[in-house]
Design a protein around this ligand. Structure first.
Ligand code: PMP
Length: 354
């Protein structure tokens, strides 16, 4: 009799950052969450949620969230697709747009989930090497046979490319879908959502997990031409009609409508990032200029894995990716000013005499 497990799918799953139990002396800078709470409007929306309503299924279209996000960007709800975190939106987009057996291109140093989805769905791929400056080379992506996906800003480098770069890739790939993953765009970059009217093959994916402080609620969305969104919906309805709960729809709408709070918190994070950059440069750390809520840093004299361990001992959680191109670096999320002070104080002490 064949072994039972020979019938099972074998995949190497994505490894998310550690989620330790919260504790007052712990500093969590390892999964690029927002250090500030969600908008007060979110709290209000939660308090208005009645348990009675949970008896009923939510809107399969996740309305009015699509309409609210669309209105925010000057688009119609037919150009918006929402999902249970942008990971789900991206996974469904891989299934919808990259599944015809032709190789998809993405950078060699990037969000490691892309390779996992490609493997899961048997999508061939080619990784395009970042330049020595850790930047993507636009010409490497011309004529991608099966499509393209990359984050902008890239993760874990934090480097953001301008819209002219995105347009160069789009014009060299008119016949395939180009997915721009903008998980970190609100921390300084320019969104490619403004290009959707011009390129019907562009899908821009964003998340509420970072700039809107809602990682725990799981809300992500894609913006694109109506034709792309319809294809995505067909895939979703072939999988799970109700990916967004009633609570996440309500909370998502409240978060989008509070512009003032969104601006206030993202500016605080950008300000802290700039302060952190100056202090880390003074300690001789090297890093590319980040437009995200994290820095990708290395030190000429310190082994990153050793420093990771030393930080962990002090309950300061950062991320170390132990792969050929990334093992010299640590990715450090921008926290509050107080958390940054503790981090910098530790690093200053640690580096003394080394
Ligand atoms: N894209 C990138 C580049 C990310 O770093 C993340 C966060 N891990 C995601 C997408 C997914 O975020 P979420 O599922 O929380 O929306």
């Amino acid at each position: 009799m064949p072994e039972l497990s020979s019938h099972f799918r074998q995949v190497t799953p994505y490894v998310p950052g550690i989620q330790p139990a919260p504790s007052p002396d712990l500093i969590k800078l390892n999964t690029n969450e927002n250090p500030y709470p969600p908008s007060p409007a979110v709290k209000e929306a939660l308090s208005r949620t009645s348990a009675e309503r949970l008896r009923l299924y939510p809107s399969p279209e996740a309305e009015p969230l699509g309409e609210t996000i669309g209105a925010h960007f000057g688009l119609s709800s037919s150009q918006i697709f929402t999902g249970n975190g942008s990971d789900e939106v991206l996974a469904l987009a891989f299934l919808a747009f990259f599944a015809d057996g032709k190789p998809v291109y993405f950078p060699d140093v990037t969000y490691s989930f892309y390779e996992v989805w490609a493997d899961l769905f048997s999508i061939p791929f080619e990784k395009k090497r970042l330049g020595d400056d850790l930047r993507m080379v636009a010409s490497d992506y011309a004529g991608a046979p099966g499509g393209i996906v990359f984050p902008n800003p890239n993760a874990p480098t934090g480097i953001c490319e301008p819209l002219s770069f995105i347009e160069e890739i789009l014009t060299a790939n008119r016949d395939v879908c180009v997915i721009v993953d903008e998980a970190y765009i609100d921390f300084g970059g320019k969104s490619a959502i403004s290009l959707i009217g011009k390129y019907d093959n562009l899908l821009v994916v964003q998340t509420f997990s970072k700039s809107r402080s809602l990682a725990g609620m799981r809300i992500g969305f894609a913006a694109g031409a109506k034709g792309l969104i319809e294809r995505l919906k067909d895939v979703k309805y072939s999988f799970n009609s109700y990916t967004m709960s009633r609570v996440s729809i309500d909370v998502g709408c409240a978060a989008v409508k509070d512009h003032a709070y969104f601006e206030e918190t993202r500016e605080k994070i950008i300000h802290t990032r700039e302060r952190m950059e100056r202090a880390l440069a003074a300690l001789e750390f090297e890093f590319p200029q980040s437009q995200a809520n994290f820095l990708f840093v290395r030190h000429p004299r310190i082994d990153a894995a050793v420093l990771y361990g030393a930080l962990l001992e002090k309950k300061i959680y950062v991320r170390h990716f132990d792969a050929e191109r990334t093992r010299d670096y640590l990715r450090i999320t921008v926290g509050t000013d107080e958390e940054t002070d503790v981090l910098l104080k530790f690093l200053t002490e640690y580096l003394k005499g080394r």
